[in-house]
Design a protein around this ligand. Structure first.
Ligand SMILES: *[C@@H]1O[C@H](CO)[C@@H](O)[C@H](O)[C@H]1NC(C)=O
Ligand SMILES: *[C@@H]1O[C@H](CO)[C@@H](O)[C@H](O)[C@H]1NC(C)=O
Ligand SMILES: [Zn+2]
Length: 342
């Protein structure tokens, strides 16, 4: 019984992948409801692009900004606050910020980034533009540009909700290790795996809130010139392929700038440790959108506004917005990309 149900869910997942692979390219565009709003992107980035080491004033300001932005975009917000002792700084207060549209839905599409900036004793002005102010501004901008759709057709759907997750404490305080890194994501994955799923009684549904996440899409290290994104996980390669196709279609219709092809139709090979690790360990499918190789300014004082590459940022925003829109408009039944259940 269990096995055959898994099998059915797998088939549904595969059908969804095929559907993505055979994507009709019809409604891809940058016209309403998918038009750019770069003024909004810029003001979001400006608000986030400050030193925001956990426990600092900038950190508190950005945290408040994220909550207020989510509320004004119609999201129900959750702040997952906790205290923990960390190397160098001692006890600090972390806070993951989460926004939900359709919190009552059976499943969710989760989009994530981290909003803390790395602590450097010798560089208190470090702003982490690509790491990850730009990815966080991209998530807010995706919600802003899709807002009329999210507020109308998408609103009150029961099959799918949208989660935006702004993780805190991704950065190591001393040296990256399993324990000195991804503080916020470890806390949230634990919390969501212990929270019950109200749909658990329905046949075949998991008993854990965390399993309502169909896929966690994690953005990191974006905003530098000519980024390249390959596919890290087989179970989300269909979604990665749809990004490749959306980029192709937008380029063919003259809606992208320059000629860098950022989404590569190939496996990344290897694993890059990041906020997705605790979710992956709880069996959540992950689409990891991290530029590899990393931007040359990574973890240096040059990871700032002056070294951002605007055509790449605008292109990413356009492709990503179409991807999210496609996921939502094509979704009707639960998508299960898990190879096996625990
Ligand atoms: C956003 O900021 C970039 C970089 O400063 C600038 O080139 C662009 O014109 C700005 N866009 C808007 C709409 O203000
Ligand atoms: C997805 O596939 C990767 C291997 O590509 C595996 O490590 C991971 O556990 C899989 N996750 C799920 C949820 O199936
Ligand atoms: Zn970093």
């Amino acid at each position: 019984m269990k096995a055959s149900l898994d099998y059915i869910l797998l088939i549904v997942g595969l059908m969804a992948l095929v559907d993505y692979a055979l994507a009709q390219q019809a409604n891809l565009h940058t016209a309403p409801p998918l038009a750019d709003d770069e003024a909004h992107f810029n003001s979001s980035l400006e608000a986030i692009l400050v030193p925001r080491v956990v426990g600092s004033r900038g950190h508190q300001q950005v945290r408040n900004y994220l909550v207020n932005s989510l509320k004004s975009l119609g999201f129900q917000t959750e702040v997952d606050e906790f205290k923990e002792r960390v190397p160098i700084l001692g006890e600090v207060t972390f806070a993951n910020v989460i926004g939900y549209i359709n919190p009552q839905a059976q499943n969710y599409l989760a989009l994530a980034c981290h909003y803390d900036s790395k602590y450097f004793a010798e560089d208190p002005g470090f702003v982490g533009a690509t790491d990850s102010a730009v990815p966080c501004a991209m998530l807010l901008n995706t919600a802003k540009t899709l807002n009329s759709y999210l507020a109308q057709q998408f609103r009150n759907r029961n099959d799918l909700g949208l989660m935006l997750i702004f993780f805190d404490g991704e950065e190591a305080f001393r040296d990256w290790s399993r324990t000195d890194s991804v503080y916020g994501s470890r806390h949230l994955a634990r919390k969501y795996s212990q929270m019950p799923n109200p749909f658990a009684t329905a046949q075949g549904r998991s008993s854990r809130h965390i399993d309502r996440i169909e896929v966690l899409v994690l953005l990191d290290l974006i905003g530098a010139r000519n980024p390249k994104f390959a596919s890290f996980f087989e179970n989300t390669s269909g979604l990665h392929t749809s990004l490749v196709q959306i980029e192709q279609t937008l380029r063919a219709s003259g809606q992208l700038e320059g000629n860098n092809k950022m989404f590569l139709n190939r496996p990344a090979g290897g694993f890059t440790d990041d906020d997705h690790r605790p979710f992956l360990e709880e069996n959540v499918p992950v689409l990891h959108l991290i530029a590899t190789p990393f931007p040359t300014q990574w973890h240096t004082p040059n990871d700032n506004a002056a070294n951002l590459h605007w055509p790449s940022i605008r292109n990413f925003n356009r492709i990503f917005r179409n991807f999210v829109y496609q996921y939502m408009t094509r979704h009707s039944v639960p998508v299960d990309l898990r190879f096996r259940h625990k």
